[in-house]
Design a protein around this ligand. Structure first.
Ligand SMILES: *Cc1c(COP(=O)(O)O)cnc(C)c1O
Length: 366
């Protein structure tokens, strides 16, 4: 049996006709940038996130960059974030002109450890950027409490967490802004690069809308020097179709996760925990084991494709060598990086596939 890490084709086959109709509509109208498809999707996604505004962007990275800039984060500022994330989180902070300051994570959640945030706050700190890693919400109420106490903004990297809810709050609620990625493999994925930011602050939304479109005030007047970070109409139309299925897909990811948990419970391996108040949307289903690399190789030989998110924490990346950080600086993030294994998870996974993966793990761990 073959179990791919994700199966975009299986999903496409379930929405083929809807996608083709949407594409044909764009092609017949030949309006490829902006216009109604983008506005329609933005409206639908804002509602989905529980926010008043959504601005579509060219990628998740550009969404995070513009979210920071539109919130007034820039040169001379510091933003607190984590080292166990995709590099785009740190890049976006740098693109805004600010510097990032890492805080280690909580081993139980893989997310920012709220107990370590206050000691990282300096007079330059302007914002906290939690990452809802794997689709599991970071402890947002604690983070918001610390931010409020110190007069900081919370701007979330929600690139893996479309549709997640934590203590009754949707991903856009409570925070100043949140950035999402619609990279094809994300829970809500376009057929190319795309992203969006959401906010309840009209000024932030207006500023972001201008920044993504060359700082435009109108067709010919530019109030600032901006970027070409627009969401294109084709991707917006695809996302509009897919958004209607997202809750059902999340339900199915949770079905896969619950079955994994049941089957893996007797095994000598740590498994992503269930948290009823802050339930993950399982962009990734992580397990942890000292012999991670061997397990990954053996499962690969059995036709099971696993991933690692992420094997090198950002503070140990060559890209950030100039920061002078090293092994031992963020011990929890480092330990997770050595031990994490991402099992296949996608909504269309069959029970047979889940059982095959769990059975293979049981044999390898025996
Ligand atoms: C995917 C991702 C991004 C970047 O999104 P792109 O659309 O690839 O630019 C940022 N942060 C995290 C945590 C991600 O997983």
């Amino acid at each position: 049996m073959n179990v791919p890490f994700v199966d975009l084709k299986a999903q496409y086959s379930t929405i083929r006709d809807e996608i083709h109709d949407a594409m044909e509509n764009i092609l017949e109208n030949t309006a490829f940038i902006g216009g109604k498809p983008v506005a329609d999707f933005e409206k639908a996604f804002a509602a989905y996130c529980g926010t008043s505004f959504c601005v579509g962007t060219s990628s998740g990275t550009s969404a995070l960059h513009v979210a920071l800039s539109a919130c007034g984060v820039g040169e001379g500022d510091e933003v607190i974030t984590v080292p166990n994330t995709f590099i785009a989180t740190a890049e976006a902070i740098e693109h805004s002109g600010a510097a990032f300051r890492f805080v280690d994570v909580d081993e139980a959640t893989s997310n920012i450890d709220p107990a370590l945030i206050e000691e990282a706050i300096t007079p330059k700190t302007k914002a906290i950027m939690p990452v809802h890693l794997y689709g599991r919400p970071a402890p947002i109420d604690e983070i918001l409490g610390i931010a409020e106490k110190h007069g900081l903004m919370v701007i979330a990297d929600s690139a893996q967490a479309h549709g997640a809810v934590c203590n009754g709050k949707k991903m856009g609620e409570g925070v100043r802004a949140a950035g999402f990625s619609f990279y094809p493999g994300k829970n809500l994925g376009a057929y190319g690069d795309a992203g969006a930011l959401v906010t309840n602050d009209e000024k932030v939304a207006e500023k972001a809308r201008s920044l993504i479109d060359h700082g435009r005030k109108d067709k010919f007047a530019h109030s600032s020097s901006g970027f070409n970070y627009r969401l294109d109409a084709m991707q917006a139309a695809i996302l509009d179709v897919k958004l209607r299925h997202l809750d059902e897909w999340i339900e199915n990811r949770r079905r896969v996760a619950a079955r994994y948990r049941e089957l893996l419970a007797p095994l000598d391996i740590e498994v992503a925990r269930h948290d009823a108040d802050c339930e993950s949307v399982y962009h990734i289903f992580p397990v942890w084991h000292d012999d991670r690399d061997r397990l990954r190789e053996r499962l690969g030989e059995r036709g099971i494709a696993c991933g690692i998110h992420y094997p090198i924490p950002l503070h140990l990346q060559e890209a950030y060598a100039r920061l002078g950080l090293g092994e031992g600086d963020f011990p929890v993030a480092e330990r997770l990086a050595r031990r994490e294994l991402s099992l296949p998870v996608y909504p269309e996974m069959t029970d047979e596939q889940i059982e095959y993966v769990a059975g293979a793990l049981a044999e390898e761990l025996a």
